[in-house]
Design a protein around this ligand. Structure first.
Ligand SMILES: Nc1ncnc2c1ncn2[C@@H]1O[C@H](COP(=O)(O)OP(=O)(O)OP(=O)(O)O)[C@@H](O)[C@H]1O
Ligand SMILES: [Mg+2]
Length: 336
């Protein structure tokens, strides 16, 4: 089966080619229908810019300077404004971190929902109203009929995020991009929102790209994980091997700096030393080298390519991908 989404060598630049930030650098990945891909990485690694490029929502001073995005057989980068507008919301939808900035504060929730159902979904006003009530019920909003007349500020943060989800899935998109959908919410509400996303995904059959810095969230949700660092995917593969047998020292660092509820007995948290830097120009070396415990001279001379390593379907961009587990083991023994 052909993937629903196939991204190849995507490059996004902010500012000039020499001095600007290469926010996304040669990113390639594919997504099957109904599949969930988790995109993880520290702040500034290019997760949101990757998501926004899929909807062609990068605006000045940013631009896509290379690559292709095939969605359901069509090249999104080659579409004119009118075509891409008909894809947005209808075939590809996005949920943003802060629902207050994406909901219109002066329109009722009912109006915002019925509008997209009428304009994008082609329903009559009567049908749109019925469907709007169904959608609010589907995302777990009590007394949906009555809530149609409420404005965004009448809802709590968690309820607003549910409304956002209802709007995003109103036209049964083939792909939903959720950018930190639960970051602003407390843990209980977070779990509820993730459950809603999961069950909607099953019902609609949509593929999901879940962008988050929280590895715990993607562990329970994603079929596959893409780890981003400095605008590049540095490791990618099925969730289990990426978590259990990572082949890129950056992934190892991320895992070690994240609390694991399932393994409380395991060693204390260790943050990755140093800070990420914004990537500029072409990558002629491994961007993680300055922070890497396993760094060797080759790492600062040559950029590693994303290549098969570890389990089937797993890829890592590290000159020592095959030896990462062994090298880390030796290092830990030496430290004891
Ligand atoms: N409008 C913009 N103008 C200039 N640079 C930008 C702009 N938007 C993003 N960038 C740069 O692109 C890079 C990637 O940003 P992006 O927002 O994708 O990071 P992120 O991984 O989503 O981080 P976070 O976890 O903080 O949301 C960063 O270095 C950022 O400074
Ligand atoms: Mg972001």
């Amino acid at each position: 089966m052909t993937p629903i989404l196939s991204v190849s060598d995507l490059k996004v630049q902010f500012g000039s080619a020499e001095n600007g930030v290469r926010a996304v650098d040669d990113v390639s990945f594919a997504l099957e229908r109904g599949e969930t891909l988790g995109i993880v990485g520290e702040s500034g690694s290019g997760k949101s810019v990757t998501g926004l490029s899929l909807l062609r929502l990068i605006s000045k001073p940013g631009r896509v300077i290379g690559g292709s995005i095939l969605f359901d057989g069509r090249d999104l980068l080659a579409m004119d404004e009118k075509e891409i507008r008909s894809v947005r919301g209808r075939e590809i939808s996005m949920i943003f971190q802060d629902p207050m900035t994406s909901l219109n504060p002066v329109l009722t929730i009912g109006r915002q929902l019925t509008e997209i159902l009428e304009v994008q979904g082609g329903l009559t006003p009567g049908q749109a109203r019925t469907r709007a009530v169904e959608l609010l019920a589907l995302v777990g909003i009590p007394s949906p009929e009555r809530r149609l007349g409420d404005y965004p500020h009448h809802f709590s943060g968690g309820m607003r995020q549910r409304v956002m989800i209802a709007i995003a899935v109103a036209c049964r998109p083939k792909l939903l991009i959720a950018d930190e959908p639960t970051t602003a919410l407390d843990v209980t509400i977070q779990a509820q929102i993730l459950d809603i996303l999961k069950s909607l995904q099953k019902e609609i059959g949509m593929a999901l790209i879940l962008i988050t810095h929280d590895l715990g969230i993607v562990a329970g949700m994603a079929d596959r994980i893409a780890v981003m660092y400095g605008g590049r995917i540095v490791e990618e593969g099925p969730t289990d091997p990426v978590f259990e047998d990572p082949r890129m020292p950056y992934t190892v660092g991320l895992l070690r700096s994240t609390p694991r509820l399932d393994r409380p007995e395991e060693r204390r948290l260790r943050p990755i030393r140093g800070l990420p830097v914004a990537p500029r120009g072409e990558a002629r070396f491994c961007r993680f080298a300055p922070r890497c415990d396993l760094v060797e001279p080759v790492c600062t001379r040559e950029a590693p390519q994303l290549e098969a390593a570890g389990a089937e379907g797993q890829r890592a961009a590290c000159h020592f991908a095959e030896r990462v587990p062994e090298l880390l083991h030796t290092q830990e023994e030496a430290a004891q």
